[in-house]
Design a protein around this ligand. Sequence first.
Ligand code: CTP
Ligand code: MG
Length: 228
Amino acid sequence: MRVAAIVVAAGRGERLGQNRPKAYIELAGRSLLARAVDALAGSRHVDAILPVLPAGLSVPEDAVSVKLLPAVVGGDERKDSVAAGLAALSSDVEWVAVHDAARPLVRPEAIDRVIEAAMKHEAALLALPIPDTLKRVEGGRVTGTAAREEYYAAQTPQVFRASLLRKAVAESRDRAGTDCAQLVEAIGVDVHVVDGDRENLKITYPEDLRLAAFFLTDRETERNEESA
Ligand code: CTP
Ligand code: MG
């Protein structure tokens, strides 16, 4: 198998504040996990999709794809969930794309773009320039302003040569990790940046669900106009 996608869905969704993990929340009638799986299945490169879930839960019924592998249970931190996914992938997987279930609106074209960049550069992620001015704040007081043009907001998928990600995760013991790229950076590998997409937002706070619903309506209108 050439390319496997790990969909990490084992978080608790505390900031969203609903009574179940985010991946199981519905957005316009379909679970976030089902939407993420659809997008990954629509990529021309992704051969298999491995869901990483909270203990005791199974894949939501609406997440269906011939590319789906049996799910595995995640861990306390995101990087533990990634490690659980990696451990379950067969050793012949050459490239691994790690995607947040909390990003249901990623487009298959963006997934293809970042996979192709990784195949060329070994490691790649989707990222976007930041529109806001960035302040350093301590104790409610501004202590500095960052040079905004030096910063990008990281999205997923993030794609790596499998052996490289395995090594980065194995050596990540004392490192925090809200994304995979920082673990790969930490072992001295250059990670290539590919233009992300503002619609590929991470559902984190309740408002994000409203924004995502709006983007979906917009896509629907686009589709209807194209077919009219
Ligand atoms: N994730 C995971 N395992 C963890 C933590 C996070 O698989 N131990 C996954 C989440 O399910 C999500 C993605 O990583 O798809 C991004 O994490 P985040 O947005 O922080 O999701 P949660 O951890 O679920 O949310 P919160 O931090 O608000 O609890
Ligand atoms: Mg989290």
